[in-house]
Structures are given as structure tokens and as C-alpha cells.
Design a binder for this molecule. Structure first.
Ligand code: FMN
Length: 410
């Protein structure tokens, strides 16, 4: 299918796909988009398809070019849904040179289990000439794998964007102005795939926004030929912090989440809040997870500077709403945020350590050891909670408190 005079879509339709990358529901199926670019001195193939759909890819490729014409193969991203047909393509076009990003080199060997593959690593502003057409590479790491790059066809203003600006939506009309309404899929794809890498999206946009873009050719979903810049702008909007509109951007925030059956962990949470308030200079919010809904908190956590999580120990574990909250952190980037765990327990008290391990596993900064209190907190123990709040608050404000170490507690 012709995309422009010089660009053909040679991808594959997968309308029955219903779950992708484990985490995505794909009610409209998906497409694996691959493209062929014809220059006066050779042909380039940009990306391939999932192995199971390779027949479609080779049939479409053969309809527009001979294998002997292929001079260049570009893989913008090595995930198997784009590299599946690569070994067979290289077997059929052995004269072609494979271009991948620097970061893709080790992945290539591990994915294809073949260390003898010849390739040329490229980075931002490296170019490959096809005679009267030129491909320029843009290094856009972590969108959404470390190896991601985009490729820009200079003379046509076509951006082969890999998974960036893509979505799972299968419609044989292919172009964004002809397919059905795919807004849901576009936003859903961003929030599940790109959102944890917002900072990298913003870096990539610095390279993409200055380009003259007539058309965006992603690896999944509709080809964006109508108002392509709209999608670039949307990525910037989605990647730019939106909260804090009512308060100063510089004001730090602490969120304290808890759940509590008899009120013990709740009283700890309140005392921790009171201690942190004494430090002052930042906003504190206290949330009960009793309702079990964690989705509404994800935006808040993404913007927060410190997150404390309180859980009682029930049957040797933290409770489900707490794990739900913690597992939702994988959707966003929490690395480097200040964190802590606390909770009441009856006899073995495993929950706090488990929550703390998870927070550390997410590369959050945990400045004070988790706070556990046996059953009902006494007045002295509530003071310990306030002290814990003061410690975390002071750490958050960059003025850690000098502490006397009580040797008897070691
Ligand atoms: C069903 C149930 C199971 C429990 N299992 C444990 C446990 O495995 N280990 C433990 O230390 N405490 C256990 N406890 C005790 C609670 O952790 C303790 O009562 C705690 O103070 C509850 O705090 P909360 O009022 O914040 O919910 C259990 C309590 C209940 C009701």
C-alpha cells in the first residue's frame, strides 16, 4: 500500500490480537507496521513484523520490490513484534546492511541467538543515502525499550517513529483520517507504554519537534498523515506535569497512605502526619486505602515527592489494597522519590519489611527504617511515629536531623 510516492506500507494486520505485552488490552487488534522506502540508488526496509505474520510482510514486500534491490534494513526497536521477520529478511537480502541503535547491539544477539549478524550501529544525525532519498537517525532511548530510535526520511518529511505515536488499533483503511475513532487506543497506549518514561519522551521531543513532519509512520496502528503534529503536541501535553496548578510548582508534597482494621495503623499514620507538619514547608495528604481503589492515586503519586505506606500485618503479609497501590507504581516513574513504610502488627509483623523492600526495589529513597508497632500504639510509641514523620519531613526538605543512636536498640 502506497504511503507516499516513495514509501510503501509492507506491514501485517493482526485483528484478533486481544492482549499485548501482557499489560495491554487490545479490543481492536493491532497492526505491525513496516515500511519500504525507494531511493534512486536502492531500497530500504524499515522495521519488520511479528514472526507469525511474516507471510503478509514478505508478500507485500515482494509486490513492490525485489530482494536484490534492498540496500538498507533499519530496525528502530528490537522487540519481537518488530524483529520477528528479520532473520528471514536478512537471509533473502544478504547484501543489505542492517542499521540499529548503539543500545540495540547486545539485544540483537540475545534476541536472534546469533552472534554472527553483521550490523552498523547508528546514533542521532547519522545518515544513510539511498541516492535521492536520505534516512537520518534520531536516538530516542527508552521509548519504551533502551534501544529505541526513530528514522527520518528527510526529503519527504516522513518520521518512522517506531512505537512512539503508535497504538494498538487494526483497521485496513490504515490512515488516521480514514480509520475509525482510535483516540482511546492512542491515549491508552501512551499511558501504559510511554508514561513511565515521560522524561525520555520529553528528551525525544526535543529532537522530533524541530523536524518538518508531513507524516508520522509508527510501528502500530494508524499512519498519521492528517495533522501529524497534533500527535506530537499531545505527547508533549501528556508528558508535562499537569497537577499543582493551584499551588506553587516548587512546593513539595508528601502522601501518606494507610489501611487499618482496628485503627492502629491509622493512628500511626496520623501521628506521622503530625510530626511531618512540625517540619513544615511542604504539603501533606493522608489517604485511607479502605475503598480499595488505587487508580485515582496514580496521578498524585507521580507528582509527589514523598510517599509513605502503612499496612497492618494480616496472615504474614501486607494487605491487598496496599499491594495494589504498590503495583500501580510500575505505571509511572517513582525512582528517587522519598519513601517509607509503617504499620501495626500482632506478633510476627512481616508487612512493613515487605513494603519497604518493594519501595527500595522501585529505587525509591528510604531514609529511615520502617516503623513497626505492636498492636495499639502507646503514647510513647505515638511520639516515635511523630519523630518518624519529623525525620522523613526533614529529609524531604534537605535538612536531615542529627539523631542520637540508642545503643540498646541495636
Ligand atoms: C485475620 C488477622 C490476621 C492477622 N495476622 C497477623 C500476622 O500474620 N502477623 C502479625 O504480626 N499480626 C497479625 N494480625 C494482627 C494485626 O496485625 C494486629 O491486630 C494489628 O494491630 C492490626 O492493625 P490495624 O488496626 O491497623 O489493622 C492479624 C490480625 C487479624 C485480624
Amino acid at each position: 500500500m502506497a504511503v507516499t510516492d516513495r514509501v510503501h506500507w509492507i506491514g501485517a494486520f493482526d485483528p484478533k490480537m486481544r492482549t499485548f505485552d501482557v499489560i495491554l488490552k487490545t479490543p481492536n487488534g493491532t497492526t505491525y507496521n513496516a515500511y519500504l522506502v525507494r531511493g534512486s540508488e536502492g531500497v530500504a526496509v524499515i522495521d519488520t513484523v511479528k514472526a507469525e505474520t511474516a507471510d503478509q510482510f514478505f508478500t507485500r514486500l515482494e509486490a513492490v520490490a525485489d530482494y536484490s534491490e534492498i540496500k538498507v534494513i533499519v530496525l528502530n526497536h528490537l522487540e519481537p513484534d518488530h524483529s520477528g521477520a528479520l532473520p528471514e529478511l536478512m537471509r533473502r537480502a544478504p547484501q543489505a546492511t542492517l542499521y540499529i541503535s548503539d543500545a540495540a547491539q547486545l539485544m540483537l544477539k540475545a534476541l536472534l541467538n546469533n552472534s554472527n549478524i553483521a550490523y552498523t550501529p547508528v546514533t542521532t544525525n547519522d545518515r544513510v543515502s539511498l541516492g535521492d532519498r536520505t534516512l537520518r537517525f534520531l536516538n530516542t532511548p527508552y521509548l519504551h525499550w533502551p534501544d529505541t530510535q526513530c528514522t527520518y526520511l528527510e526529503e519527504e518529511g516522513v518520521l518512522f517513529s517506531g512505537d512512539v505515536f503508535g497504538c494498538h488499533y487494526c483497521d485496513e483503511q490504515l490512515f488516521n483520517d480514514s480509520v475509525g475513532d482510535f483516540r482511546f487506543s492512542f491515549e491508552y497506549y501512551y499511558s501504559h507504554i510511554m508514561r513511565p518514561f515521560k522524561q525520555y519522551v520529553l528528551s525525544a521531543l526535543e529532537l522530533i519537534e524541530p523536524l518538518q513532519i508531513n507524516l508520522i509512520a509508527p510501528t502500530h496502528g494508524p499512519i498519521l498523515r492528517d495533522h501529524p503534529r497534533h500527535y506530537v503536541e499531545r505527547y508533549r501535553e501528556l508528558s508535562t506535569p499537569q497537577l499543582h496548578l493551584e499551588i506553587d510548582h516548587d512546593v513539595k508534597t508528601m502522601l501518606i497512605f494507610y489501611i487499618s482494621s482496628y485503627g492502629n495503623t491509622m493512628h500511626m499514620a496520623e501521628a506521622i502526619r503530625d510530626g511531618a507538619l512540625e517540619i513544615g514547608g511542604f504539603r501533606i495528604s493522608l489517604y485511607d486505602l479502605e475503598g480499595g481503589e488505587v487508580e485515582p492515586f496514580v496521578d498524585l503519586v507521580e507528582d509527589a515527592d514523598a510517599i509513605l505506606v502503612g499496612s497492618p500485618t494480616i496472615n504474614g503479609d501486607a494487605v491487598k489494597p496496599v499491594w495494589d497501590l504498590l503495583s500501580s507504581f510500575a505505571k509511572i516513574n517513582v525512582k528517587g522519590k522519598v519513601a517509607g513504610a509503617f504499620g501495626s502488627y500482632g506478633w510476627s509483623g512481616e508487612a512493613v519489611r515487605m513494603v519497604e523492600d518493594r519501595l527500595r526495589g522501585l529505587k525509591m529513597r528510604v531514609p529511615a527504617g520502617g516503623l513497626r508497632i505492636k498492636l495499639i500504639p502507646s503514647d510513647v510509641e505515638l511520639e516515635d511515629c511523630r519523630d518518624y514523620g519529623r525525620d522523613i519531613g526533614a529529609f524531604l526538605m534537605g535538612k536531615p536531623r542529627a539523631r542520637e543512636i540508642d545503643m540498646s536498640q541495636l
